[in-house]
Design a protein around this ligand. Structure first.
Ligand code: NAI
Ligand code: ISE
Length: 340
């Protein structure tokens, strides 16, 4: 039977996910969409044979909607997720789960009260083949203990509305999630370094920035966040261990040799770079909803990401090393195995 999905937010990633549910993911169908930009949502609804609904709340309550996807702006996520839980519906929410840790806690409380996980957060990097291979190597212990990680998150360019705090809250949040999953460890402290700026920025954005995270066992992680690098969408991660190192490589399917050079393509955006990860993420979410047992990133993961990004913001503002403390993890979230 097909899982009938309602999508809230038909902007960039909302449209991508609708396309994936329609053309790639098996066993799912988008039956309802909504957006405050009604004109665009009506058009998209027509294209995929879905119903346009006036509001997100109305969409969540529709009896024909089995599960909800939230791809609207960040501050709207919490309200829609809480409404979905209230209506006992599974909900896939793009990052961030809520803009602040308190919002994530309200969502966890609602799930704990219900005694069931209904929420999955869109941390798609956990489904990327490259990160999965790194994790396999780290977990195998073949290279010895992990000592350091050197990472970079480079976007081609950022818009006028993208400002200094977003580098951590909106962009490095992906590293913050995927690296604790990769290492099976949480963070204990964070620092932020503000290096020399690119001239390709504006006065509300300090670009690049460097985030330094420390984990429970003392692993140091540096993450360069450079959102106007101009040349491509470049995601780097080198895990340095006692007896070797393992790194991500950019997926590319061909290269050109000409005039004494070897040209290899670089993805230009996250859609291209993580195409396979998004597909796997949504397919596994649909499969898990159908068997009534989620196995992806939880509200707890959303909470940990939020506490960490907030600590990162304080570290940037104060220039100091900031210790990170999380609440006790509720039992509901202690077992969470992604079966890939
Ligand atoms: P966007 O601005 O292109 O689309 C957001 C859409 O939500 C817009 O069409 C807007 O009209 C609509 N919207 C805003 N408030 C609404 C409300 N109350 N009810 C219904 N619709 C509403 O933004 P984009 O890039 O698609 O991002 C959406 C979300 O997805 C963000 O939270 C962002 O952080 C996340 N995201 C995640 C990515 C990932 O790699 N996992 C990549 C890009 C975005
Ligand atoms: C965007 O919101 C994403 O989630 C992308 O994956 C990230 O690369 C980009 O920097 C963010 O703005």
């Amino acid at each position: 039977m097909e899982l009938k999905i309602g999508v809230i937010g038909t902007g960039a990633i909302g449209q991508d996910h609708i396309r994936r549910f329609t053309n790639k993911v098996k066993g799912a169908k988008v039956v309802a969409v909504t957006d405050i930009n009604a004109e665009r949502a009506v058009q998209i609804a027509q294209e995929v044979g879905a119903t346009f609904v006036e509001t997100g709340e109305e969409l969540i309550r529709l009896p024909e909607v089995d599960a909800v996807v939230v791809t609207s702006w960040d501050p709207t996520h919490e309200g829609y997720v809480l409404e979905a839980i209230k209506n006992n519906k599974y909900v896939f929410c793009e990052k961030p789960l809520a803009v602040e840790a308190e919002g994530c806690k309200r969502i966890m409380n609602a799930e704990v009260e219900l005694g069931k996980k209904l929420v999955q957060v869109g941390f798609m990097r956990r489904y990327d083949r490259g990160y999965l291979e790194l994790k396999e190597m780290v977990d195998s212990g073949k290279l010895g203990e992990v000592l350091m990680l050197h990472c970079a998150h480079r976007n081609v360019s950022s818009g006028e509305n993208y400002d200094t705090p977003m580098a951590i809250v909106n962009t490095a949040v992906h590293e913050i999630d995927v690296l604790r999953w990769l290492l099976n460890e949480d963070y204990v402290a964070v620092q932020v370094i503000m290096p020399k700026q690119t001239s390709n920025t504006h006065d509300k954005l300090h670009d690049p920035q460097i985030l330094i995270l420390e984990t429970e066992s003392g692993i140091h992680i540096d993450v360069e966040i450079f959102v106007n690098c101009k040349y491509g969408y470049d995601i780097k991660c080198e895990v340095v261990c006692e007896n070797g190192a393992v790194s991500l490589s950019n997926p590319s399917y061909s290269s050109i040799r000409s005039a004494g050079n070897d040209f290899t393509g670089i993805p230009m955006d996250w859609e291209q770079r993580f195409e396979g990860a998004y597909e796997r993420e949504l397919q596994l979410w649909v499969d898990s909803v159908k068997v009534d047992e989620l196995n992806g990133p939880t509200a707890w993961d959303g909470y940990v990401a939020s506490v960490t990004t907030t600590a990162g913001t304080v570290a940037r503002e104060t220039g100091k090393r900031v210790e990170i403390k999380y609440d006790e993890c509720p039992d509901l979230y202690k077992v969470n195995l992604i079966k890939l």
